[in-house]
Design a protein around this ligand. Structure first.
Ligand code: NYM
Ligand code: MG
Length: 233
C-alpha cells in the first residue's frame, strides 16, 4: 500500500514558515496543511490563552505537555490522511516543542542571574526538567516522524527588522536568540538525513519556495511511497 509523505517546516518566529507551508501544500496536489499549535482544538484553546494572555499562569512543565498533547490530538488524523494518499505539510511540530521549552530554561537562568523579578516568558525559577532534553522529548515519542524536516533560519538582525512582531509570549528578540541555539541543539541534522537547515537570509518568498521545492524533489517526498510511517523513538 502506498501513502503520502509528511513534510515539516520548522523555524523561528517570523521566518516565513506559514507563508511557505501554504505555498508548498498548494504545489503538492492532494495535500493538507496542518499547523501546530492547532488552536482550534480543546487543548489548543488553552494553549492560545497561554500564548496571548500574559497573566495566564501555567508551570513550564504543564505548558510543555500541553503542546505535546495538542500533537497527540491530531495523531490519528495525520496517520489516516497519509494512508489515504494525502501529503501533509506541517507548520511547526516536535522540534518547536523541544526548542522553545529548552530556550525557556536558558532564559530563566539568565533572568535569575540578572535579578529581574518577573517575565511573561517562563518561570523565574528554571526547573530541572526544562533543561533535560530527554524529558522534553519523551511525550512526543510514538508520534509520526516527518519524512523531511526543513528548518528555516536567518540572522537575528534581519529577523529583528521583519514586520509583524506581535505581543504573544515568546515574541521577544532576546528570547529568539536563545531559541535559535536551542533548535540547533535538538535538530540533529548532522546525523539525521531527513533534517535540512535552510538559510533564508536576504531571500524573497519565491527564492525560498524554490529552495524548499528543490529539496523536496531531491528527497523524493513529493511522490507516494510504500515505506512505513516512521515513529519518533
Ligand atoms: N511553540 C510551538 C511552542 O512553544 N511549543 C510547541 O510545541 C509549538 C508547536 O508557540 N512562538 C510556540 C512557538 C511560537 C508559539 O506558534 C506560537 P505560532 O506558529 O506563532 O502560532
Ligand atoms: Mg507566532
Amino acid at each position: 500500500m502506498t501513502r503520502g509523505q509528511l513534510i515539516l517546516i520548522e523555524g523561528l518566529d517570523r521566518t516565513g514558515k506559514s507563508t511557505q507551508s501554504a505555498i508548498i501544500a498548494g504545489k503538492l496536489g492532494k495535500s493538507k496543511l496542518m499547523k501546530f499549535p492547532d488552536r482550534t482544538t480543546k487543548i489548543g484553546g488553552i494553549i492560545n490563552e497561554y500564548l496571548t494572555d500574559s497573566s495566564f499562569q501555567l508551570s513550564d512543565q504543564s505548558a510543555h505537555l500541553l503542546f505535546s498533547a495538542n500533537r497527540w490530538e491530531l495523531n490519528n488524523e495525520i496517520i489516516d490522511l497519509l494512508n489515504k494518499g494525502y501529503f501533509i505539510v506541517l507548520d511547526r511540530y516536535i522540534y518547536s516543542g523541544i526548542a522553545y521549552s529548552l530556550a525557556k530554561y536558558e532564559y530563566s537562568k539568565s533572568v535569575q542571574n540578572s535579578g529581574t523579578k518577573s517575565t511573561a516568558i517562563a518561570s523565574t525559577t528554571a526547573s530541572e526538567q526544562m533543561g533535560d532534553v530527554e524529558w522534553l522529548y519523551c511525550p512526543d515519542k510514538g508520534l509520526p516522524k516527518p519524512d523531511l524536516t526543513m528548518f528555516l533560519t536567518m540572522d537575528l538582525e534581519e529577523l529583528g527588522n521583519r514586520k509583524g512582531w506581535g505581543d504573544e509570549r515568546y515574541e521577544l528578540q532576546e528570547f529568539q536568540k536563545i531559541v535559535k541555539s536551542s533548535f540547533m541543539r535538538v535538530l540533529h541534522h548532522e546525523e539525521d538525513d531527513s533534517v535540512e537547515i535552510v538559510d533564508v537570509n536576504g531571500k524573497g518568498i519565491e527564492a525560498v519556495t524554490e529552495l524548499l521545492w528543490n529539496l523536496i524533489q531531491k528527497k523524493g517526498v513529493n511522490e507516494l511511497t510504500d515505506k512505513q510511517i516512521e515513529k519518533l523513538r
